[in-house]
Design a protein around this ligand. Structure first.
Ligand code: HEC
Ligand code: HEC
Length: 226
């Protein structure tokens, strides 16, 4: 009996160590295959452009799921679709492992976008701007942790976690330090049925209930999480 258990333990140990070596090898291939992605997603997946999502440190299973969705046309994204069409499942996994092994970069201190839609508005003082930004982030943090009961918006923390680290086994994406501009765009896309119209997609159902103001506030909050 003991001997049998030992054999099981040893073969398990062997299995996990080869699994580990394989994963590292694949990530190495993934790095080469991800060369063409760097132009938009940045070196190592830390995009410098706020409209392009950072991929560094994201859960590999979430990345693969998105690449498959682009390829199948289930996630509507004109820029990504043709690129995903050229990737087979193995390459998707290799690239995803490479990005997942990185670390997302923190964002520089937030500023409110210039108020260019209202030319006649008196220019705000630095203090007013700071107060407005603080209020927005507080509002976003409240929605993130508690949701909104009256509008039935679920608390983000339930799935995306207290540090917006996501949930790896469930393939719920990490969100912390993502660009605010991308977060706002993709939440608006969920809300308007642009990203998907699949009613089984939890975010489509949740974003529908969010106001534009909720989206802005929670995106600013999340992008400031390290
Ligand atoms: C021309 C610019 C461009 C290039 C090159 C590019 N991407 Fe993208 N990628 C985007 C944009 C824009 C989005 C956001 C799509 C949307 O939701 O509208 C995106 C989204 C993604 C997402 C989803 C991220 C998330 O958080 O949901 C993944 C994964 C991704 N790209 C992987 C790749 C990979 C892998 C490559 C290289 C094979 C690549 N991209 C090349 C522009 C690009
Ligand atoms: C019931 C679980 C659940 C809850 C609650 C939830 N999410 Fe999500 N979220 C998901 C899943 C699953 C995805 C991936 C959707 C997909 O594959 O298209 C996701 C994706 C996202 C994305 C896209 C990330 C990317 O990189 O493109 C954002 C942004 C987001 N959620 C924000 C929020 C916010 C803000 C809240 C709270 C108001 C919230 N989520 C509440 C499960 C949840």
């Amino acid at each position: 009996m003991i001997k049998k258990l030992l054999t099981v333990a040893i073969s398990l140990a062997l299995l996990t160590s080869t699994g580990h070596v394989l994963a590292q090898g694949n990530a190495g291939v993934g790095k080469t295959k991800a060369a063409s992605c760097a132009g938009c997603h940045g070196e190592g997946g830390n995009s410098m452009m706020p409209g392009f999502p950072k991929l560094a440190g994201q859960h590999a299973n979430y990345l693969v799921k998105q690449l498959k969705a682009f390829k199948a046309g289930e996630r509507n994204a004109p820029m990504m679709a043709p690129l995903a069409l050229g990737l087979d499942e193995k390459s998707m996994e290799e690239i995803a492992l490479y990005y997942a092994g990185g670390k997302i970069s923190a964002n520089p201190a937030l500023t409110l976008p210039a108020n260019d839609d209202d030319d006649d508005a008196p220019t705000k003082t630095e203090e007013q701007k700071k107060a407005e930004l603080d209020a927005l982030i507080t509002q976003g943090g409240d929605l993130y942790r508690n949701g909104n009961l009256s509008r039935e918006v679920s608390a983000c923390v339930a799935c995306h976690g207290p540090y917006a680290e996501g949930n790896k086994p469930a393939a719920y994406p990490a969100l912390h330090s993502q660009h605010a501009e991308y977060l706002i765009k993709t939440l608006m896309d969920f809300k308007n049925g642009q990203r998907t119209k699949n009613t089984e997609n939890m975010m489509y159902m949740i974003a529908k209930k969010m106001t534009d103001d909720d989206i802005k506030a929670v995106s600013y909050y999340i992008s400031s999480m390290k």
